[in-house]
Design a protein around this ligand. Structure first.
Ligand code: ADP
Length: 483
């Protein structure tokens, strides 16, 4: 079992009390690298979720002013950094990623708290004049109401933290449902929020099965925003379920990122960027390159460089400092990646490195997948349409700018996209036309707290981070006053 000062309780936090959920079942949290049992959490259900929502709603009446809320955010920022060793260990043990990546996740999460703590100005009312009107007009931003946060297992601290920080600055109550694979990072964050002195009952954590809790969150009228990060399929379900109570939805959904390398690219930069972007979190992020398009004149050189680098990556337990790639989250994730690779090979793609892993055995195994390089991929293969979510690079070639742009945009998804070229005019043309909410030009950098991040098309609705990320949790109210 996982012992940590940040986990004195492995339970739900409802109405200011750490409490056993009333579902009567236990959620068993396992280390994906070893199968070791980390925690058993008594699961919460719909009734617990309702109590949490009602507590969050009632507590909103006691929300302090924005200046004080910023102090809470700053305090959580400090606490996250002070406890980074413990938090990183918790993330790696329940999620599997290498410990150094978990450290980066803690720092990234903390940065959202610091950013929003510094932006109380975004809540200021805006008076404005209307020509020839004797009236006084003022635009206010009000907290939208209770925010339900449903978060995934790939970045269990950061995906929750970025929502939490923005909603708290907005003055909203919170009900969070973490992924069943990784509830411990969420519990640790709520333990720190409690330590920071956030009013009791304002922020609630409900650990339990998705269905009964999700239905309650989508149907309860006090919940005004469903803030979700996860699959497009579940995102669509949440939109449908939220329709009757006309909730706002803020959705970070799947991606199918194109990574485009033109003939005039700095190839070393492109390859380095691809390596970092692709293998972070064992390829289980929604912004990692899913389709690599390389100009046909550069293809053999790019493959040679990748073939040189891939064998050096160490696959193993994330707690081992030598590890570059941890296990996939579970056996079904492994099966999915394997089936995508087999589908591509059966349709004519070739393995340039990796592939053919031994199927893990037994119930207590780590679902390790080797770094894999596939060449000759194309749109007839599943991995060009579905998120690979594994350490697999799939490469295709192209000839013309127009051609690669059309192919990149042919996906229903539009989250991240990357373009490598030294031609500034071409870079501008590509960036302008690429249907992605996050575009890297000669960079594969991910999001940062001060910039809005989110998807176009089936990759989502709304943005996280930046002023736009705060607006997700605010209602705009115009007051017109006779004078
Ligand atoms: P993944 O396939 O990566 O696990 P999901 O979209 O299934 O992505 O999960 C993301 C989050 O959504 C998790 O917290 C999960 O428990 C939750 N979830 C899954 N199905 C539902 C549902 N029907 N209602 C509400 N939440 C759900």
């Amino acid at each position: 079992m996982l012992e940590s000062p940040l986990l004195p309780q492995t339970r739900s936090l409802i109405a200011g009390e750490w409490t056993d959920g009333g579902e009567g079942t236990l959620l068993r949290v396992k280390n994906p690298a070893t199968g070791e049992l980390l925690a058993e959490i008594p699961e919460a259900g719909a009734r617990d979720a309702r109590r949490a929502i009602e507590s969050a709603r009632a507590s909103m009446a006691l929300v302090p002013d924005p200046g004080r809320r910023a102090l809470y955010l700053n305090r959580i920022h400090e606490l996250l950094l002070e406890n980074r060793e413990d938090l990183a260990r918790i993330i790696t043990l329940e999620q599997g990623k290498p410990l150094r990546e978990s450290h980066i996740e803690v720092e990234y999460t903390a940065a959202f708290f610091r950013f929003f703590a510094g932006r109380t100005d975004l809540l200021d009312p805006h008076p404005f004049a209307v020509p020839n009107s004797p009236l006084r007009w003022v635009v206010h931003h009000r907290p939208v109401g209770v925010v339900a946060m449903i978060t995934p297992w790939n970045l269990p601290l950061a995906m929750l933290g970025k929502k939490f920080a923005a909603a708290l600055l907005a003055g909203c109550g919170v009900v969070s449902k973490p992924a069943p694979e990784t509830p411990l990072s969420a519990i640790a964050l709520f333990a720190l929020a409690e330590r920071a002195g956030i009013p009791s009952g304002l922020v609630n954590l409900v650990v339990g099965p998705a269905e009964p809790i999700g239905v309650e969150l989508c149907s309860h009228p006090a919940v005004r925003v469903i803030s979700f990060t996860g699959s497009t399929e579940v995102g669509k379900l949440l939109i449908r379920r939220s329709a009757d109570s006309v909730k706002r939805v803020s959705l970070e959904l799947g991606g199918n990122a194109p990574f485009i390398v033109f003939e005039d690219a700095d190839l070393e930069l492109a390859v380095e960027s691809l390596m970092v972007n692709k293998f972070r979190c064992a390829g289980q992020t929604c912004i990692c390159a899913n389709r690599v398009f390389v100009h046909e004149t550069l293809a053999s050189e790019l493959l040679m460089r990748l073939r040189d680098k891939l064998p050096k990556l160490v696959v193993g337990n994330g707690m081992d400092p030598a590890t570059d790639i941890g296990p996939l989250i579970d056996p079904s994730a492994w099966e999915k990646v394997d089936s995508l690779v087999k589908d591509a090979l059966s349709k004519g793609a070739k393995l340039a490195h990796g592939g053919n892993p031994d199927r893990p055995r037994g119930s207590d195994w780590g679902a390790f997948y080797p770094p894999t390089l596939i060449v000759g991929a194309n749109e007839g293969m599943r991995l060009f349409h579905e998120e690979i979510f594994g350490p697999v690079i799939a490469v295709t070639t192209f000839r013309e700018e127009e051609e690669v742009l059309a192919r990149a945009n042919s996906s229903q998804h539009g989250l991240a996209g990357y373009v490598f070229t030294k031609d500034a005019a071409r870079g501008t043309r590509m960036v302008t036309k690429l249907q992605c909410g996050h575009v890297g030009l000669n960079s594969s950098s991910g999001p940062t707290p001060s910039a809005p991040f989110g998807g176009m098309k089936a990759s989502g609705i709304g943005r996280e981070g930046g002023a736009e990320g705060l607006m997700e949790y605010l209602e705009t109210q115009t007051v017109v006053e006779g004078i």
